[in-house]
Design a protein around this ligand. Structure first.
Ligand code: DC
Length: 232
């Protein structure tokens, strides 16, 4: 009988490069990558489209009722060779990266009913192992029994600089200040919300990648994963 594959949980601060590392790890190990941030972004887009969110306020009881109409999932696109996030059957992979969604997503992600619905989906995805999942509460709430847990962070200015480069590909007028403020605000809300706040799991391995190349980071993560696989 084939041995059950392990699960890998990656948590950490916004724009710390979690998804880049999670994708590389999944590719290297032939595991499935699950970007839970994209699921919360899709939920935020849903709330924007349904006009449930104003600048800084959200009516969580209205969101709760509307959630029955929210269908979030992933679909592999053979053309782009990417697994893309879908909302109501429509590919929203680019739309969920907009600054408007980034500004609203922490508000939406703080609603317990939203988290409940998405965590349930995430747990089903991880049921059979072989998953690299990244987010904020993966090692603490979604898969607390994951065999390997990482917590990735970096200096806020360095994170903002990296994110700006990505955003400027589609929004060339975007400024560093705006991105830095958004990152700091999301860190604040994500760490202080009452529903599953961003926390480092007690058994997580911390990686501060402020001054590391992607190859150095991947080597670090793989060393720990291989050790866990050998012992699994
Ligand atoms: O990883 P990201 O920046 O794409 O995530 C978008 C937002 O979603 C982030 O501000 C916090 C929230 N999030 C969360 O609350 N829990 C997760 N597991 C993943 C993301």
């Amino acid at each position: 009988m084939e041995k059950r594959k392990i699960n890998i949980a990656i948590d950490g601060h916004s724009s710390a490069g979690k998804s880049t590392m999670a994708k590389s790890l999944a590719k290297e190990l032939n595991f499935v990558y699950v970007d839970t941030g994209a699921m919360y972004r899709a939920a935020a887009l849903f709330c924007i489209k349904e006009r449930l969110v104003e600048t800084n306020e959200i009516d969580s009881s209205k969101v709760e009722v509307a959630l029955d109409r929210m269908y979030v999932g992933f679909k592999y696109n053979p053309k782009s060779e990417r697994t893309e996030i879908h909302l109501g059957g429509v590919n929203v992979a680019d739309e969920v990266r907009s600054m408007e969604v980034s500004r609203k997503v922490s508000l939406v992600a703080a609603i317990p009913a939203v988290r409940h619905k998405l965590v349930d989906l995430q747990q089903r995805m991880a049921e059979n192992g072989g998953v690299v999942m990244d987010g904020r509460d993966i090692g603490t709430v979604v898969i607390p029994h994951a065999e390997v847990k990482f917590f990735i962070t970096a200096d806020p200015e360095i994170r903002a600089g990296r994110r700006l480069k990505e955003i400027q590909l589609t929004q060339p007028d975007c400024q560093l200040n705006e991105v830095l403020n958004n990152i700091l605000e999301r860190d604040r809300i994500d760490s202080n919300r009452s529903a599953s706040p961003l926390r480092q799991a007690k058994d997580a391995i911390v990686l501060d990648n402020s001054h590391l190349s992607q190859d150095e980071q991947l080597a670090f993560l793989l060393t720990h994963v291989r050790k866990a696989m050998a012992g699994a």
